[in-house]
Design a protein around this ligand. Structure first.
Ligand code: FES
Length: 309
C-alpha cells in the first residue's frame, strides 16, 4: 500500500516505528506517526490502552472532560490501518542500531478469543479461577430475618418480581427503606431472585448510592470535582467536618447526618456544590452552618450556633 503522489497520506508507509506505552502520550504519538504514513506497533503492558486518563474526571488546566478527549482517540487507534495494537505485552529485548532494530515482545495469554470478545465482562464475573465453585450450604437466609423485615422485603420483591433482572430495583427499594443495605437482607434477596451473593455485593459496592453501612437521616454530598475544588470545596468540606465532627464516610452519633464526597455532580457552573438529601446548594466557605440550621429547624435549638456571616 504505497501512494507515491502523496507520501503523507495514511496509505504511504515509510517504515515502522514502535511506540512503548499506550497512555494518552503513546496514543497521540502513534496516531500522528500513523497519519504520517509509518507503520506503528503500539505496545501496552496493561490489557487495554488508555493509561490513567480514563480514571480522571477533568483535565488541567482547561477543565475539559477527560473521557471526551480520550474516547475518540481510542477508537481512532483501534481502527487505524497503520497501527498494530499489542496489548498485555512487554518489551523483552531490543537489538540493532538506529534504522534497523529488532525487538522481542512477550505477549501474555488472555485466555479469551480476542476476535470473538466483545468486552461484556461476563467471563470476569464467572471466572472459575478467581471464584472457585462453592459447595451448596444449608444457610437459610429467611430464618435469619426478623418478621417485620421479612414482610417488608417480601413486599418489595413481590412488587418487582423474583427475577435477576429485578435485582437493581429491589436493591434500590431496600436501600431507600433502610437507608442502607443490611447484609442479612442481601443474602435473602440473593436466595429469592436466584443470583449469586457475590453478584449482589458486586452491584452493592459498584454504585455509590448504595451503602453497606447504616447511614444518617440526611445525606450530605460534597463535590470534590475539579471545578468545585478550585472554587473552594476543600474549605467547605473542612467546615462541615468541623461542624458535624465527622470525616467523609462517617455518620454522626445521633444518626442524623452522613457525610460523603463525590467527584462532580454535573453542576460545575454552580460550584462549590453540596447536595443535601438530593437538594443542590451553592455553598461558599463559611456558609454551611445556615443550611444545617435550616435542616434541623424542627429542633428547639439550632444545631449550629456559631454561624459565620
Ligand atoms: S466539579 Fe462538577 S459539580 Fe462539582
Amino acid at each position: 500500500m504505497t501512494d507515491e503522489k502523496n507520501p503523507t497520506t495514511s496509505t504511504a508507509k515509510h517504515g515502522s516505528v514502535l511506540v512503548l506505552g499506550g497512555g494518552i502520550a503513546g496514543i497521540q504519538s502513534a496516531l500522528d506517526l500513523a497519519d504520517a504514513g509509518f507503520k506503528v506497533y503500539l505496545i501496552e503492558k496493561q490489557p487495554s490502552i488508555g493509561g490513567t486518563m480514563p480514571q480522571l474526571d477533568k483535565t488541567f488546566p482547561t477543565n475539559d472532560c477527560a473521557m471526551c478527549i480520550l474516547a475518540p482517540k481510542l477508537v481512532a487507534t483501534g481502527r487505524h490501518p497503520n497501527i498494530d495494537l499489542l496489548t498485555y505485552s512487554d518489551l523483552k529485548k531490543i537489538e540493532g542500531e538506529a534504522g534497523d532494530f529488532t525487538v522481542t515482545i512477550n505477549k501474555k495469554a488472555r485466555s479469551v478469543d480476542e476476535v470473538l470478545c466483545n468486552g461484556c465482562g461476563l467471563c470476569v464475573e464467572n471466572c472459575l479461577v478467581r471464584f472457585k465453585p462453592q459447595k451448596p450450604t444449608h444457610y437459610d437466609a429467611k430464618k435469619a430475618l426478623e418478621k417485620n423485615d421479612l414482610r417488608t422485603v417480601d413486599g418489595i420483591i413481590n412488587t418487582y418480581g423474583k427475577t435477576s433482572d429485578a435485582l437493581i430495583p429491589i436493591m434500590q427499594a431496600i436501600n431507600e427503606h433502610y437507608n442502607y443495605l443490611p447484609k442479612n437482607i442481601l443474602s435473602y434477596v440473593a436466595q429469592e431472585v436466584d443470583v449469586p451473593l457475590a453478584q449482589v455485593y458486586h452491584v452493592a459496592t459498584f454504585y455509590t448510592s448504595f451503602s453497606l453501612k447504616p447511614r444518617g437521616k440526611h445525606i450530605i454530598k460534597v463535590c470534590m470535582g475539579t471545578a468545585c475544588h478550585v472554587r473552594g470545596s476543600p474549605r467547605v468540606l473542612d467546615e462541615i467536618q468541623r461542624l458535624l465532627k465527622i470525616e467523609p464516610g462517617e455518620t454522626t452519633d445521633d444518626d442524623m447526618f452522613t457525610l460523603e464526597t463525590v467527584n462532580c455532580l454535573g453542576a460545575c457552573a454552580l460550584g462549590p456544590v453540596v447536595v443535601v438529601d438530593e437538594k443542590y446548594y451553592m455553598v461558599k466557605p463559611g456558609e454551611f452552618g445556615k443550611i444545617l440550621n435550616t435542616i434541623t429547624l424542627e429542633k428547639s435549638s439550632p444545631l449550629v450556633a456559631e454561624v459565620k456571616q
